[in-house]
Structure formats: C-alpha cells, structure tokens
Ligand binder design. Structure first.
Ligand SMILES: O=C(O)CCC(=O)C(=O)O
Ligand SMILES: [Fe+2]
Length: 402
C-alpha cells in the first residue's frame, strides 16, 4: 500500500541483468545530447529518426510491465499512458538538485515516474545517489535491475548527487492519465511516416543513419576547458581505443578550424583503426561503426570462439594513413581528454584481461547484423497491430505467425 503522503515504491531485481546490458548497448550506441550538461539520452523517437526504430523492440515488454506495476501500486488500473520513455546516462559532473518531476508548466501532465537502474553504484560509477527530501527511504543506492516509482508531484521531492566517476545509466519513464500525451500515438505515426523496409529481405534495412545533432557543446562556463564541442559517436569510439580512417579526402579539414562541417565525413564510409592496424571492412557511416563497437563490448565473451580468425582482413597502417587518422581525430575531438573524462570505463579486454583481437570485432559485426535483422522482422510484424490499436504492445507470437 502506498503511503498517501509520499506514494513511492522500490522494487529490487525488476529487470534482469541481461536486459540491463542490452539497454546499455542501445544507450551507448545511439545516445545523443541530453537535457542537462554531461547528460546523454536516447528517446524512442530519436531511435526512429536514426533508422533504428527496430531498437524499440526490447523496450516494449518493459514498458508494459512498468505501466501495469504503476497502475496496480498507485490504484489507477487501465488509466495510464506512457508519456515518455528514455535511456539516460549521467557522466562525471552531472547532478540534479531538489525537484519534483512535474515542476514546469509543460510537465504538468506527468503523474508518475519510474526510474530503472541499469548499472550499479560502486561498480560502474561513483556518486549519483538518489535522495528523497522527506520520509523513507531517504537514500537509494542505484543497483542494476532495481526500479524506483513515485508520484511526479511535490509529495516526492528528490535529487541526484553529482557523478564523480564512471557513467550512471537509467531507463526513465513518465506516465500520464491524459491520453493526449500518449507517447505511443506519436511514435506509431512517426514509424508510419518513415520509409521502413517493406520486407526483412530488403538488403541491409537495419543500417543506422546518424542524426545531424551528434555534437555535444559545452556550456559557456566550461567551454574554455575543452575549446568547443565534440562528436559524441567519435568520442565513444575513441574511448574504446579505436581511431577512424575516412575514405573521403579530408585534406581540407584542420583541427584549428571550428567551422568544419563533419557531417559529410561521418555520414560516409569509414574504416576502423587501432594502434598501427587498419581493419579493412567498410562501415557505411559513424553510427554503423559505433553500433558494431558497442555490440562487441556487449557480447565479447560470447564471440570468442566463433572460428572467424582465418578470414580477418587487417593491414598495417601506412605512414600517410596514420597521418590521416590523426588529422581526423583532432578534427572530431579537439581535446583527447574529453572522451576519457566522460565515457571511459574499463574496456572489454581490460575487464576480461584478454589481448585485443580483431577476429572478435569481425564476429561482432556479423552478430550485430543478425541481432538487428531479428528486431527489424519483429518490428515489421508488430507495426500493423500497433496501428490498428494505436498502442505499442507485445504482440502475441501466434498473431505474428511464429
Ligand atoms: O536518475 C534518477 O535517479 C532520477 C533522475 C531524475 O530525478 C529526473 O530525471 O528527473
Ligand atoms: Fe526527477
């Protein structure tokens, strides 16, 4: 039973650790600028906009379970709509002071919040404790799989301490009783407008399309520390120890010129490099590279014994290629300390104490394609049912003809 003065609920182990890892993959491979400094987020409409609508699929059963739980606990069965679903990552320096979640005129439709923790305090990040201003529990220590739900009004004033290291990841949902703020209707209409593949057999329908706003600009008070901004995708790729080699002519770019238009380079084919080696496989754009790199981080332990070793195409970087790789790095990043400060955590190889291995990267590219294809298929089969019901839900497998 909810305490009427401070209606809130904490559920331990609500999400499996596997699901937390899958959502971490989505956030780290698709996240863009968030709503506060040092915060990055992935909304479902951002996924659709970047041709990754299929990545909505893992959220569908979680949204349903969370909505049911909120309706049951707060006593409003069949009354709620999901108003917002987003993955949010908080990097070093991010925090939020005392507030309620409906504290702006444009947020008044928010009735309830659900925050799911996708990684753990003390293991993945430091700082970032959650506090309620009144009553119990006064502090929540975020642990992967746990969920906190609370009313969005002033009965649940809360704050989050500054992150002092690592990256804190959450899946955050808000629910509304007001159907005009139903996120589903907007997402379904956005999905319907997009040129979705007509069939799963349409080649490479899962390839991502970078959004135009991948730049993170520092707030003016810290801008001098890092000059200006950086490309989020590039920063994440670099934080994992990789560089990029462009197949375009990049001789016109210079690191000292802040008016470089990088979109042409990042939307065009690229190759991955690491130390003195160049991976010959071509990626269609920077988001494609990042998804493959993050997929490798997610699945590395399962990819080790796939027997791909013989087909790996890696060549030494020539001195001129090395020069181009460095030029691109300085144009994209300006300051190399940035990715480390915001995104660096132990890499897969460091965690498993394995030497880096291109064979597993190659296996990751293949496995990422199979994963994406499976989700595209599920999306294509579900969308007609969603359109009919104007609601996003897990379509039973017999309706999908499975
Ligand atoms: O991530 C959390 O623990 C809470 C975040 C929060 O308060 C908000 O986004 O409004
Ligand atoms: Fe909040």
């Amino acid at each position: 039973m909810a305490n009427p003065e401070h209606p809130r609920l904490i559920i331990h182990d609500f999400l499996s650790l596997d699901l937390c890892k899958e959502l971490e993959f989505i956030q780290k491979s698709c996240g863009t600028v968030g709503y506060r400094p040092n915060v990055f987020s992935t909304t479902l409409s951002h996924l659709i906009a970047t041709n990754c609508g299929h990545l909505i699929m893992p959220f569908v059963p979680i949204r349903e379970r969370l909505k049911e739980k909120a309706e049951e606990f707060f006593g409003c069965e069949f009354e709620l709509f999901v108003e917002f679903t987003g993955l949010i990552s908080w990097s070093t320096g991010a925090s939020i002071g005392w507030h309620s979640d409906d504290n702006r005129p444009y947020l008044k439709q928010r009735d309830f919040a659900a925050v799911c923790y996708l990684n753990s305090h003390g293991e993945d990040f430091e700082g970032g404790l959650f506090h309620f201003q009144d009553w119990q529990p006064a502090t929540i220590v975020p642990m992967a799989g746990d969920v906190v739900m609370y009313t969005a009004d002033s009965r649940n004033i809360h704050s989050v301490d500054e992150i002092i290291g690592g990256e804190r990841l959450t899946l955050t949902l808000w629910f509304s009783r007001d159907g005009s703020h139903d996120e589903d209707a907007k997402l379904i209409s956005f999905l319907s407008e997009k040129q979705l593949p007509r069939s799963i057999h349409e080649t490479r329908s899962f390839l991502p399309q970078p959004a135009s706003s991948r730049m993170y600009w520092f707030p003016p008070e810290t801008a001098s520390t890092y000059e200006s901004g950086f490309d989020i995708c590039f920063a994440r790729i670099h934080a994992h120890g990789y560089d990029l080699y462009s197949l375009q002519d990049i001789s016109c770019f210079s690191a000292s010129d802040s008016s470089n238009d990088l979109s042409e380079v990042s939307m065009a084919p690229l190759r991955l490099a690491r130390e003195h080696e160049l991976f010959v496989e071509e990626f269609v754009n920077i988001l494609h590279v990042l998804q493959a790199v993050q997929f490798y981080c997610w699945k590395a332990s399962e990819l080790q014994t796939s027997g791909h070793e013989k087909r790996i195409n890696v060549v030494p970087l020539s001195p001129s290629q090395r020069e181009e790789v460095n030029r691109l790095k300085h144009v994209f990043l300006k300051d190399e300390r940035v990715p480390d400060k915001l995104f660096r955590s132990a890499t897969v190889d460091e965690r498993s104490q394995q030497p880096f291995n291109w064979a597993r990267v190659s296996a990751a590219v293949t496995a990422w394609e199979a994963y994406s294809n499976k989700l595209v298929k599920e999306l294509l089969l579900s969308l007609p049912c969603w359109k009919t019901h104007q609601s996003i839900f897990s379509v039973p497998s017999f309706d999908l003809g499975k």
